[in-house]
Write a protein that binds this ligand. Structure first.
Ligand SMILES: C[S@@+](CC[C@H](N)C(=O)[O-])C[C@H]1O[C@@H](n2cnc3c(N)ncnc32)[C@H](O)[C@@H]1O
Ligand SMILES: [Zn+2]
Ligand SMILES: [Zn+2]
Ligand SMILES: [Zn+2]
Length: 408
């Protein structure tokens, strides 16, 4: 009769290949998978957000005797230095004190894993996640495009406006601050004295940055909720920005040939009638004026058409991500998304050609295209957040011109 033997832990094997004395432990989790894992190399639970995390993405503060994860740490540096076959470990900034801590892989290597220093904790498996499933942080739902009218879209932004705006600082969210805006401002050049429309202005953070650079800024958005955030800022700290409410597909509040420049930051993938929006932009731009917009990259945006394949599926080491699987590229769909258990916002997946054709049909000429990567500083300070952006872009920036004389 065959005897059943628990498989050895996937990560213990990895370590053993580099440290001959390392005793590997039997797997107790994900036993039927390609990546069976022992207790030590399973998931631990963050004491701040409550989420379970791969042991390589969670650190421990010995002073507070608490675990905290990548997402709850303001800074995640990739500390170079080989150990056990890994080339680096993540050092997370402590949320409680001015110090940093290594993640559990490195703490174990250094003999400072909480289970090495607190034997009661180890016996009780303190910190280990009891959850069998990976808890999804984001909720996603795909729907036929026809189901999402402009009104449905607007209401989704009103409903999700509170959590959306809560992620913003003076420089927007992390993607804007560290990836998109440095490229956007470089392409923009000097805006002093220019009439600029921030199309889909949201919280207005970009309108304010543009006004600070001397532009005469108008902002427009269809969400009353987000406009209220922008207008409150303007009344607290005025910069002369004029906000109006409206659908980008219909902008009767602006005369023909009004703006020198239209900026639209990560908006058009969310606009229901984007072709009409490009026509309106063309009408209200002066001849020779520029439209500069960013969108989530139509070829690689996640969850459609791109999805990262991670092995194991909860891996926080980007080098364990095998690649981005791209599929269903030609399916034009509406995608609802948001943090789990929060109201969702809706956007659309379209093809690159859809955007190029809409620009062409509206009378524009594409001048420049950029696929921005995170700055060196972003990679230094938020390694885990941005390392995958060096492999596959998440955003696309397009500069288009309203030609004068008109394109024939
Ligand atoms: C992803 S947010 C970006 C907001 C802002 N540009 C930023 O970078 O923070 C998309 C914005 O587009 C707005 N929006 C979507 N469809 C719109 C439409 N048809 N007309 C006007 N605004 C729209 C939403 O209300 C939301 O503020
Ligand atoms: Zn193990
Ligand atoms: Zn956390
Ligand atoms: Zn600490």
């Amino acid at each position: 009769m065959a005897t059943l033997v628990a498989p050895a832990c996937f990560y213990c094997r990895h370590i053993r290949a580099h440290a001959s004395g390392y005793r590997f432990r039997p797997a107790r989790h994900a036993i039927g998978s390609m990546w069976p894992r022992c207790d030590w190399h399973w998931r631990f639970q963050c004491d701040l957000c409550g989420h379970a995390r791969n042991f390589q993405g969670i650190a421990y503060c010995a002073h507070e005797q608490r675990y905290f994860c990548l997402d709850c740490s303001p800074e995640q540096r990739a500390q170079q230095g080989a150990f056990w076959g890994w080339p680096y470990y993540l050092r997370l900034r402590c949320p409680w004190r001015s110090e940093t801590h290594g993640c559990l892989d490195r703490l174990e290597y250094d003999g400072r894993h909480p289970w090495q220093t607190d034997l009661d904790g180890r016996r009780e498996k303190r910190g280990m996640s009891p959850a069998r499933e990976i808890q999804e942080r984001w909720s996603l739902r795909v729907e036929p495009v026809e189901k999402v009218t402009e009104r449905v879209s607007r209401e989704s932004w009103d409903a999700s406006g509170t959590w959306w705006a809560g992620r913003y600082g003076v420089h927007g969210d992390v993607n804007r601050e560290w990836v998109i805006d440095p490229a956007l401002f470089r392409l923009l050049g000097d805006v002093r004295g220019r009439r600029v429309l921030d199309a889909g202005s949201g919280t207005g953070y970009l309108s304010r940055l543009l006004a600070d650079r001397g532009a005469k800024v108008a902002g427009v958005d269809h969400s009353a909720r987000l406009l209220a955030v922008a207008r409150r800022q303007e009344s607290l700290d005025p910069r002369g920005i004029e906000y109006s409410k409206g659908d980008l597909a219909r902008l009767p509040q602006f005369d023909d040939d009004t703006f020198d420049l239209i900026v639209s930051n990560v908006v058009l993938q969310d606009v229901v009638r984007y072709q009409e929006a490009f026509r309106e932009f063309h009408r209200i731009l002066r001849r020779g004026g520029r439209l500069l917009f960013s969108i989530t990259h139509p070829c690689f945006e996640r969850p459609l058409p791109g999805r990262w394949i991670r092995e194991p599926p909860d891996s926080d080491r980007v080098e364990e991500w095998k690649g981005l699987l791209v599929d269903r590229y030609y399916d034009r769909v509406a995608i609802w998304w948001g943090p789990a258990r929060k109201p969702q916002a809706v956007g659309f997946h379209r093809t690159l050609e859809d955007y190029a054709s809409a620009l062409y049909d509206a009378g524009f000429l594409i001048a420049r295209i950029e696929e921005p990567t995170p700055s060196a500083e972003a990679l230094e300070r938020k390694h885990r957040e941005f390392a995958d952006y060096l492999r596959v872009p998440l955003f696309l920036i397009v500069e288009a011109i309203r030609p004068s004389p008109p394109r024939r």
